[in-house]
Each structure stands twice: as structure tokens, then as C-alpha cells.
Design a protein around this ligand. Structure first.
Ligand code: GLN
Length: 547
């Protein structure tokens, strides 16, 4: 008899998994361009959610360093902690929507928290006075408002992101051949939102005012939410709670289960608010980390990672077949590798942005790009490369040349390493004015995104194919959890490239570029060495999954 899933929010992240319970798709009259209209409602909602998320990401480090005069290392650590929590919380948001809230209410609640958080970020208080992080006098109230706003956004993403994708899955019946293309269109929405954000939010934030940038992200998220509410009828009840009566039942002091969840979300935001700013004051650990204290989030992440591996070891002794075991071992290797990949990849929002700010001539193609705007090339290349890659895989498959999962991941690491090599070379060879050209960064992004294309979407497919069926939901949760670990690792690795201004608040450009050349070379070797190891392990991993 099949055992129940270990983690019931399977469909929060893998919509395919409850196919048998899906009702047939809506009548063809409710379609647009060959897809259910609801797809476009979800597309727009997720597009504006990612617009807010990536707009924030493009601005956050610059804002911390320039407005509040944070030390760069503290800035990258906060960026990693915040983004890490935003990728870890969807586990909870998916679970709560699955069991109680339903997707529509979860998206709405998450969206409201996101808007409030963005608007809170828009209140920037007064800029720090002083010239360096060491002598800065900061607006502590504004900084606390910022931490709380980041917490609201993190919890908001947790409620919104997994559930909006679930709705997409539910718009198609089990055997609808349009599912994959529906998800491709949806994934485009993610990257169009990210791209627009880097162009517009970064511009407004850096050139007009930080608060306007954050506020704009909030306003667009709010409009996205309005169209989500107005488009409800196109969702045809697919996003409703499983048991509305249970949701209305009071759980304490006359408060219904639904409102208890919302209150719980706010309490969680208070916890995250504290977590974002809690450091571990333990001298030996701080010394080990190059003088930059560990964050509480890092410690919790390590404990969660250990718990997951312990669960995995236990599973290995629970009577699985040889093939099942092999698949799970391969999957754990791939998921682990993905954290390293994202740890390097997310340097783009950390030291890459700072390099653009400090050591780059950003005048290219007749445009003076702002530092935050340089992040647009990531999303742009994802959109551009989606078409050739969608064409490539089936072609390679036909020719019997489609690489195995571990080989693809190894390529992902190699491309990632090479992109750092390109930027390290650029930093070591500045032009006549002493700065590097933006073209190097554009090239580095192109190579990095090649790595993303062979790893990120492939990873999702690997989870659904390699996991034992009853653990798919958990493993998909683990996939995103390891993205969260990647963000946290990125924050830590970013401290390697931190450089502080002189007493007058000016950066020593040659010294900064020399540091970037050095650190990016190390990151290149990490990527290449990990890729090489994975290539070596590939035949073994392949053998494990054979019958
Ligand atoms: N870029 C994708 C998104 O924002 C996936 C990122 C990830 O898994 N780390 O949804």
C-alpha cells in the first residue's frame, strides 16, 4: 500500500503531485492565447512579487552601505540573512495553505504583508552622519523600522510564492499537455519581474531617492494584488481552502483558525525581525569567521541542514530498494551542490553590485547604468536563453547526448566558476581610467546564467524524478531550503570582498579592484574544483541509480 507523503505541502511546490485530485481545466471559453486566463492572473501576481523582491535585492546593499553607512561585511550578511529567510519561509507558507488557508487567502495575506513591508522600507529616516562605518551616527529608529519591514517581506514571500505556483498547476487537468508551457510562461513572469525591477526600482532608488524605489516596489505589488483579487473568477475555485468550516471554527478566545493563522504570521514577523539582527557573540567563532560574527540565522540553518541529513541517513536504513536508495543519494548530492552554486551565484547582488559601484565604468551602450541596474543582465539572459535551452534538451535527448543530472550540475558549477574568472580578470586589468568596463560584467552574467539554465530548472525536474514518491514534497521543500542556505552562504562569502572607505569616506579604487581580483579568483576555483569533483563522481552516481 502506498504510504502517505512525509510532507503534505507536496503540491505547494510540485503542482504535479496531486494530479489525480485535480478537476478538469476550465471551459475553453475562459482562455486567452491557448491558456486558461487564470494563468495570466498568476503570471502578473508573481511578476510583481518578484519585481518587489528583486528590486529590493538590487537596492538593499547599496542602501545599507550608502544611506545607513553599514560596513560592507554587515551589509552582505544582512542581505544573505534576509534573502535566506525569504527562501526558507515558503516551506511554512506552503504547508499552511495546503492544510488550512487555501492558496487564494495565503497569496492575499502574503501580498498584504509584502506591500506593508515595502512601504515600511520607504520610510528611510535620516541618512547616517559621519564619513565611515566606524564614525557613523545612525538613525536607529529608521533601522529598526527597516528590520521589521524586511521581516514582513520575508514572511509575505513565504505565504505568497509557493502558493501562487500551486494555483498555476491546478489550472490544468492531469493530462493537459499545456502544463509545461504554462509553467514556462509563468517562469518568464518571474524573470520579467526581476528584470523590470533592476531597471526601474534601482534607477528610482539610486537616482531619485531610496524610499521612492522601495515605495514603488510596494505600489506595484499592491496593483498586482488588486488584479489578483479582480481576476478571482478565472481561478474557478482552485485556490479555495480545503475545509472552509474548519477554517472558521474558533480556536481560542473566539478567534477563528483563519485569523489565528494571520496573527501567527504577524508573531512570526516579530520573531524574524529579531532574528535578522541577532549575532552570535562567541569570540573563537568570530575569529574563525575573519572577525565577522556569525548570525543566528546561520546557526539555525546549520542545525536544519544537520537535521535533514540525519533524516536522510535514517531513511537509508528503512528498507528502500537499491534503486530508490541510489536516487535519493544522487538527489542529496545535487541539492547539496545547489547550495554551493547559489552561494556563489548570489554574489551578484553583493560584491558584484559593489564592484559596479566602486570600480566600474558603467557608461555602456550610451547609457549610464546605475550600480543596482547592472543586476538586470542576470534576468535578461534567463529570458533570452530560455528559448534556446527549451529547444536544446529534446534535441540532445534524441541524439542520445543529454547529460545526466550530475553532469549537468557539474557544468553549472563550471560555468559559475568561469563567470567569476572573467570578472577576476577584468578586476586585475582595469582600463586607462583605472576602472573596469561593464562589458566584462555583461559577459560574466552571460556565462553565469548558462550555469543557472543547466542547474535551476533541471534541479526541479530532478527532485520529481529521483525522489521516492512519499518524500517528494519534503525534497522539494529541501530544494528551496538549500536555495536559502545558498543565500546565507552568499552573505558570508560576500564578507571576503568587503572593503571600507578611508577617513574621508572615499574608496581606494585600485585596492578594491585588487581585492575583487583576488576573491573572485578564489570563487572561480571553488566553482571549478566542485564542478571537477562532481564530474569525477558522475559515473558512480549514475551507477547507483541503475536497476
Ligand atoms: N530565480 C528563481 C526565482 O526567483 C529561482 C531562484 C532560486 O531557486 N534560488 O524564483
Amino acid at each position: 500500500m502506498p504510504r502517505p507523503p512525509l510532507y503534505s505541502s507536496a503540491r505547494a511546490v510540485v503542482p504535479e503531485f496531486r494530479l489525480s485530485t485535480l478537476s478538469p481545466s476550465a471551459s475553453s471559453s475562459d482562455e486567452l492565447f491557448g491558456h486558461p486566463k487564470g494563468l495570466y492572473i498568476c503570471f502578473m501576481t508573481e511578476m510583481w512579487e518578484r519585481f518587489a523582491f528583486y528590486g529590493m535585492k538590487a537596492l538593499l546593499l547599496l542602501y545599507l552601505v550608502k544611506h545607513h553607512l553599514f560596513a560592507q561585511a554587515d551589509g552582505t550578511l544582512l542581505l544573505g540573512t534576509y534573502a535566506g529567510l525569504a527562501y526558507a519561509l515558503p516551506l511554512l507558507g506552503g504547508l499552511l495553505a495546503d492544510r488550512y488557508l487555501g492558496m487564494r487567502k495565503a497569496v492575499l495575506f502574503g501580498g498584504i504583508l509584502l506591500v506593508l513591508g515595502q512601504l515600511g522600507m520607504a520610510w528611510t529616516g535620516s541618512a547616517a552622519t559621519g564619513t565611515t562605518p566606524a564614525n557613523a551616527v545612525r538613525d536607529d529608529v529608521a533601522i529598526q523600522v527597516m528590520y521589521f519591514s524586511l521581516a514582513l517581506i520575508g514572511v509575505g514571500v513565504g505565504f505568497l510564492k509557493p502558493n501562487i505556483s500551486t494555483i498555476v498547476g491546478r489550472l490544468y487537468s492531469a493530462d493537459d499537455p499545456r502544463r509545461d508551457s504554462g509553467f514556462t510562461i509563468f517562469y518568464m513572469g518571474i524573470n520579467v519581474g526581476a528584470w523590470l525591477a533592476s531597471i526601474v526600482v534601482a534607477y528610482v532608488g539610486e537616482y531619485i531617492g531610496w524610499g521612492y524605489g522601495f515605495g514603488l516596489a510596494g505600489v506595484m505589488m499592491a496593483l498586482g494584488l488588486v488584479q489578483f483579487v479582480m481576476g478571482q473568477k478565472h481561478l474557478h475555485g482552485h485556490a479555495e481552502p480545503a475545509d472552509p468550516v474548519m477554517l472558521e471554527a474558533p480556536v481560542f478566545a473566539g478567534v477563528s483558525r483563519e485569523w489565528a493563522i494571520y496573527l501567527g504570521g504577524l508573531v512570526l514577523a516579530v520573531g524574524v525581525w529579531q532574528m535578522l539582527q541577532t549575532r552570535i557573540d562567541f569570540a573563537p567563532l568570530t575569529a574563525m569567521l575573519g572577525g565577522h560574527q556569525a548570525t543566528l540565522t546561520e546557526v539555525v540553518a546549520v542545525l536544519m541542514g544537520v537535521a535533514l541529513y540525519a533524516w536522510f541517513v535514517k531513511l537509508m536504513f528503512s528498507g528502500l530498494s537499491r534503486k530508490e536508495k541510489g536516487g535519493m543519494v544522487m538527489l542529496m548530492v545535487l541539492i547539496t551542490v545547489s547550495a554551493l552554486f547559489w552561494g556563489l551565484y548570489e554574489q551578484t547582488y553583493g560584491p558584484w553590485v559593489l564592484m559596479a559601484e566602486i570600480g566600474m565604468d558603467r557608461n555602456t551602450l550610451g547609457i549610464e547604468w546605475s550600480s543596482g541596474q547592472t543586476t538586470n543582465f542576470g534576468a535578461l539572459f534567463v529570458v533570452l536563453f530560455s528559448f534556446p535551452f527549451a529547444w536544446l534538451w529534446p534535441k540532445l535527448d534524441k541524439a542520445g547526448l543529454n547529460p545526466s543530472y550530475p553532469a549537468k550540475f557539474a557544468w553549472g558549477l563550471v560555468f559559475c566558476g568561469l563567470s567569476f574568472g572573467i570578472l577576476a580578470y577584468a578586476a586585475a586589468h582595469p582600463g586607462e581610467a583605472g576602472k573596469t568596463s561593464l562589458w566584462w560584467m555583461i559577459l560574466a552574467y552571460a556565462v553565469l546564467v548558462m550555469g543557472e539554465m543547466v542547474l535551476s530548472p533541471v534541479g526541479l525536474s530532478a527532485v520529481t524524478r529521483l525522489s521516492i514518491p512519499r518524500a517528494v514534497g519534503l525534497m522539494m521543500g529541501a530544494w528551496f531550503l538549500f536555495s536559502a542556505f545558498g543565500e546565507i552562504i552568499a552573505g558570508r562569502l560576500g564578507t571576503w570582498a568587503a572593503i571600507e572607505p578611508d577617513a574621508a569616506g572615499k574608496y581606494d579604487v585600485p585596492a578594491a579592484l585588487a581585492l575583487y581580483a583576488d576573491v573572485f579568483t578564489q570563487m572561480m576555483w571553488i566553482g571549478l574544483a566542485a564542478g571537477a569533483l562532481l564530474f569525477l563522481a558522475t559515473p558512480l552516481l549514475k551507477r547507483l541509480t541503475r536497476e
